[in-house]
Design a protein around this ligand. Structure first.
Ligand code: BEZ
Length: 390
């Protein structure tokens, strides 16, 4: 695949080079094809912008090698092996699907290559299968969905029907929501997991939801599946009688305009929306708009913050795989999403969660923040974090 140096990106003048400068080889492992291709491209764009904006703060130089996971775990494992063994990258970043993260976990852990996860929420990667080489700069599936169970109950919702694609992310996201919703006193009156990457017609599932006696529907869908689901939900006439809620990916700013008016009124929880008001987000939104031409999504900020974390690690003097892994887990900064830190017990990110509603704005659909929920570290879930020796 394509190799990009910062010089090729026109950035050579912004990066200080000294006699001691290190060249860090980065493997960008993302879906550039398949159902999550738009998400992969958005993370890539955020990552390039992050290196552009923060790269001048370090003496290190960066070389990027891209590989396409195709959202297929066996393909992704082959690409990870190539990056590690043949290209000898110093660090890998990317991975969108929880299934792909599960597939490459043992490879990066065994080879001792630091992985900055810039999407995949797989709870196991910062739980029972945690690794000192895996640091998450995105979110975990539990982290985004757990607060919504409590919040929705507090809004008076008592009976919910849930839907999600049938793979690790769908199962973990719905489990997390269900745990807190039922703990608060709510009831899950029905549930379906739809075949991942294969479901075109959600009609049969919507018929079940309609007759379930639920007060609301709660779902996880992302990318192309989110666009189809939200449109079909609306054209089925369900939105008025059964309000639609979900994890924030459902109505991501990346594709909400493709959903159109069908997305209006949907309420979701996310670790980022472009309408968050803080100085770091203003800089990010302006820079992304100027370079890419649309407002950044949660996927873009994950790439951007992964790049910033890597810059921070090299500023702390890390140059090889082991020292990069150690430095990455100590990164903390205030970025577009607010204050971020890494929980040393799991290497998962700790960050605020925002509940937002999609509403009509002057320039199309926008995200109205309804609540900012506090940052909470995930439960360690049997994670044993072995130290890495430099
Ligand atoms: C996941 O598989 O972890 C995932 C994919 C897309 C959006 C959010 C999570």
């Amino acid at each position: 695949m394509k190799t990009t140096t910062l010089a090729a990106l026109g950035l050579a003048t912004t990066i200080a080079t000294t006699a001691t400068a290190e060249d860090i080889k980065i493997g960008l492992l993302l879906p550039y094809s398949g159902v999550y291709a738009a998400l992969g491209n958005e993370i890539d764009a955020g990552f390039a912008l992050g290196l552009e904006q923060f790269g001048g703060e370090t003496d290190a130089t960066f070389e990027i090698l891209r590989e396409d996971t195709e959202v297929k775990p066996p393909v992704a494992l082959g690409k990870a092996k190539k990056l590690i063994l043949q290209d000898e990258v110093d660090v890998i970043t990317g991975i969108v699907s929880s299934g792909v993260l599960g597939a490459v976990r043992d490879m990066v852990h065994g080879a001792g290559v630091p992985l900055i996860v810039s999407n995949a929420g797989n709870d196991e990667a910062t739980g029972a299968d945690c690794s000192p080489f895996i640091t998450r700069m995105s979110f975990s599936n539990g982290q985004v969905n757990r607060p919504m169970g409590t919040w929705m109950y507090e809004q008076g919702i008592r009976k919910v029907y849930t839907l999600a694609p049938d793979y690790a992310a769908g199962r973990q996201m719905i489990d997390a929501f269900e745990q807190t919703f039922t703990a608060a006193g709510g009831e899950i009156v029905g549930q379906d997991f739809t075949p991942f990457q294969k479901t075109q017609d959600f009609g049969p599932y919507l018929t079940q939801a309609k007759s379930s006696g639920a007060d609301a529907v709660y779902v996880f869908y992302a990318g192309g599946e989110a666009i189809s689901f939200v449109k079909q939900y609306d054209s089925f006439g369900l939105k008025a009688e059964l309000p639609l809620y979900g994890s924030g990916f459902l109505t991501s700013s990346l594709y909400v305009n493709a959903q159109g008016p069908a997305a209006e009124g949907v309420i979701a929880a996310s670790h980022y929306v472009p309408t968050i008001e803080n100085d770091a987000n203003a800089v990010f939104v302006d820079g992304f708009m100027a370079k890419i031409g649309h407002a950044p999504s949660e996927f873009a900020v994950q790439g951007y913050d992964a790049a910033r974390a890597l810059v921070e690690a090299t500023k702390a003097g890390a140059t090889d795989r082991a020292s990069l892994a150690n430095a990455l887990r100590q990164v903390t900064f205030e970025g577009p999403r607010g204050i971020l830190s890494i929980d040393p017990a799991t290497n998962n990110i700790v960050q605020p969660i925002y509940v937002y509603e999609t509403v009509a704005g002057t320039d199309g659909l926008t995200q109205k923040v309804l609540a900012q929920l506090p940052s909470e570290a995930d439960p360690a879930n049997d994670c044993v974090m072995d130290p890495v020796s430099n």
